[in-house]
Write a protein that binds this ligand. Structure first.
Ligand code: MLT
Length: 261
């Protein structure tokens, strides 16, 4: 499993979305490394990590993260995931609740796929294997980024496109198949004892803000940040707002003693 790490302090694990890689967190690593030990892996099938033969389930990805933390000598960590990274974060919470000191869930949901969404994923998996990453990139970009990002941030558009194209069709297909069979995590939410920051994009059409509502209602100690002017990738589209929400949340967690022990 490929990963990057920087800084020193309470550990923060950053889990990327689909079909992206750890480099989407470059700005957040810079922002946090002065006070935190930041660890960003490429989830299986993405970036420089290996692609599995079958579906890459959210549980397998969560177990990979736990193994990486074991190897890094980290017991508990802040688990922060965006979109698919959020699905993996919830799977991690279910498997290893004692290892989560706080949660950041950005542009994600606890609900499983509808039948229609699951079917579309399997079709997309087949298409990626037949035609490569280009059609997937073209189909996803307008959903990942807001219209204002397309107008004023060509650098962000180019960076996301390159990130998608760097991924292998086999890895993307494995992740799509894994997401299609992921379980509903709504029943887990009331048992989560760690504090959670829920981030949504005001213009997110891929996972609209209302889809994140059960996270807010279900997790006892949760707070919401709506990022205006962002679609699905607020950490890239509105980095300053994203970073300050993340930083303030981590500071509060620290003050409240969540990183002790
Ligand atoms: C992601 O951004 O990780 C994916 O779009 C999530 C999904 O397709 O459900």
């Amino acid at each position: 499993m490929a990963f990057e790490e920087a800084g020193d302090g309470p550990p923060v694990v950053l889990l990327h979305g689909f079909p992206l890689d750890r480099s989407m967190w470059r700005g957040q690593m810079e922002a946090l490394r002065g006070e935190y030990r930041v660890i960003a892996p490429d989830l299986r099938g993405h970036g420089e990590s290996e692609s599995p033969a079958g579906p890459a389930t959210m549980e397998e990805m969560a177990r990979d993260v736990a193994a990486l933390l074991d190897d890094s000598g980290v017991g508990r960590a802040v688990i922060a995931g965006l979109s698919m990274g959020g699905y993996v974060s919830l799977a991690f919470c279910r498997l290893f609740p004692e290892r989560v000191s706080a949660l950041v869930l950005a542009h994600t949901r606890a609900q499983e796929d509808t039948e229609e969404a699951g079917r579309a994923r399997l079709e997309n998996a087949g298409r990626a294997l037949r035609e490569g990453m280009e059609p997937l990139a073209e189909a996803m970009l307008p959903k990942l980024l807001a219209a204002s990002t397309f107008e004023s941030r060509p650098d962000v558009v180019a960076r996301v496109r390159e990130m998608i194209l760097r991924n292998s069709p086999a890895g993307a297909a494995a992740a799509l198949r894994g997401m299609a069979v992921r379980r509903d995590q709504t029943d887990l939410l009331p048992s989560i004892g760690a504090p959670a920051l829920i981030l949504v994009g005001a213009e997110d059409r891929l996972i609209p803000a209302e889809d994140s509502r059960p996270l807010l209602d279900g997790i006892r100690d949760s707070r919401l940040k709506v990022v205006e002017g962002a679609a699905h990738l607020s950490n890239l589209e509105r980095a300053e707002e994203f970073d300050s929400a993340l930083f303030n949340f981590l500071k509060d967690c620290q003050t409240e003693g969540w990183f002790n022990s």
